[in-house]
Design a protein around this ligand. Structure first.
Ligand code: ARG
Length: 458
């Protein structure tokens, strides 16, 4: 019934389900680097002769040149990148190729290749995140005194500064940088030489191959070495959390760009029009960053579920570790680049932000605080008096600072005309000088500190 597409029945099905070459060909550079380190160690330990080792290294260089020029040929019969490379090596150099796999198994080989790949991926992400941090710090620095509404429950709460809001994302991205750096450090041990699962009887030097591949040393348990995918999970966890931060920022941009808010104009480069509604300017890039985070989080879930039921040591299920990591990495790199571009180029409408900050009785807390400080009224009572003032302003359809002194004194006789100074949004943000608060001077200090962290001049 289902055999039509298979020329050879079950054999072809087995070949198809078994093969990982369609995706693990992405590991070719790491596979060749790992093999060169391995054969050089075999030579140093007297396990293969100098001439065989040289023939193998030269042959691997040729294979690398071929892959770089033409891509990795996908032949399902060769199953994976390890077999494909070894088979091509044999075709190029003949008999010595057969000595490369001495004292090694595909189990430690793939664990090594994949670690090297994930390590490179982490380094790439760290470069991207730094660019995003720089963009956030620059835009925050331009806007330390730009007032905007601060929200809780997406209801106007208190005025904040735009610089403060952007620096909140700087803090999140800094934690992502810390998570990726931490994961990179933890994973940087070499599984090469664990062989199939038990180690090997050959007199290998695992410290030598570890050093050659830029690892801090060899892993300490051969069973764990071939069955551990924590490094990939660490990467995916950091990626999932980072994508969640990017998604939240994307969501802010989507809200801010909507007609009801009009806080920002997204650049043409990151928007699209509608094919039927000429007035539309859609924040597609931001929406896709928000959407892609779902797929990245899904990749983490996928690998966790792959791993959770596996006894020691290697099981073929583990071949499924690569697609989620590759997918998450490609999406994350794109999302970081898109968010960086948006942060760099979107235009803030400062007048509109101010107007919104002045609405919603955003300085009600400032009135209550003034009553405590200026009239020595206990905060709970001040809160109550402020509530009455908000109610009156709401009835009159005006802002708090548009109520007259007479009206305010009718609510509470202890109010005097000094109160008006406390009710402006500028005064409100300027007063919030507590460490980490939204006052321009606090935000400026944090921006300067962040510039120093990033090593960029003021
Ligand atoms: N293609 C395999 C993978 O990605 C390589 C390891 C195969 N090992 C084995 N014992 N079949 O996991």
């Amino acid at each position: 019934m289902w055999g039509g597409r298979f020329a050879e029945g079950p054999t072809a099905i087995m070949r198809e389900i078994n093969a990982s070459i369609p995706f693990d060909k992405r590991l070719w550079q790491q596979d060749i680097a790992g093999s060169k380190a391995h054969v050089t160690m075999l030579e140093a330990q007297g396990i293969v002769t100098a001439s065989d080792a040289q023939a193998i290294r030269d042959g691997l260089d040729t294979v690398a040149l071929e892959y770089a020029a033409n891509g990795v040929p996908v032949d399902l019969a060769l199953e994976d990148i390890h077999m494909a490379t070894e088979s091509r090596l044999a075709a190029l150099i003949g008999a010595p190729a057969g000595r490369l796999h001495t004292a090694r198994s595909r189990n430690d080989q793939v664990a090594t290749d994949f670690r090297l790949w994930v390590r490179d991926a982490m380094d790439g992400v760290l470069v991207g995140l730094r660019a995003l941090q720089v963009a956030l710090v620059i835009r925050a620095g331009e806007n330390v005194a730009t007032v905007m509404p601060g929200y809780t429950h997406l209801q106007v709460a208190q005025p904040v500064t735009l610089g403060h809001h952007l620096m909140a994302y700087y803090e999140m991205i800094s934690r992502d940088v810390s998570r990726f750096s931490d994961a990179r450090q933890r994973m940087n041990l070499s599984p090469l030489g664990a062989a199939a699962l038990a180690g090997t009887g050959f007199p290998i030097d695992r410290h030598m191959t570890a050093a050659a591949l830029g690892f801090d040393g060899p892993t300490r348990n051969s069973l764990d070495s071939v069955s551990d995918r924590d490094f990939a999970l660490d990467y995916l966890m950091a990626a999932a959390q980072c994508s969640l931060h990017l998604s939240r920022l994307a969501e802010e941009f989507i809200i801010w760009a909507s007609q009801s808010f009009r806080f920002v104009k997204l650049p043409d480069a990151y928007s699209t029009g509608s094919s039927i509604m000429p007035q539309k300017r859609n924040p597609d890039a931001a929406e896709l960053v928000r959407g892609h985070s779902g797929r990245i989080i899904g990749s983490l879930t996928s690998l966790m579920i792959t791993m959770k039921g596996l006894p020691l040591a290697y099981s073929k299920d583990m071949q499924d570790d690569k697609p989620p990591v590759f997918e998450a990495h490609d999406l994350l790199a794109l999302c970081i680049a898109a968010m960086t571009g948006m942060v760099e180029t979107l235009t803030f409408d400062a007048a509109r932000l101010r107007q919104a900050a002045e609405g919603g009785f955003s300085t009600a807390t400032d009135l209550a605080d003034w009553l405590v400080r200026g009239a020595d009224i206990p905060f709970r009572e001040a809160h109550h008096i402020t509530g009455a003032a908000v109610k009156l302003a709401e009835q009159k359809g005006c802002a708090l600072d548009q109520l007259s002194l007479d009206e305010l004194q009718a609510i509470d006789a202890r109010i005097d005309d000094r109160v008006f100074a406390a009710l402006s949004v500028d005064q409100s943000v300027a007063s919030r000088k507590s460490f980490g608060g939204t006052a321009p001077e606090q935000v400026r200090a944090r921006v300067e500190e962040a510039r120093a962290e990033l090593g960029i001049g003021g």
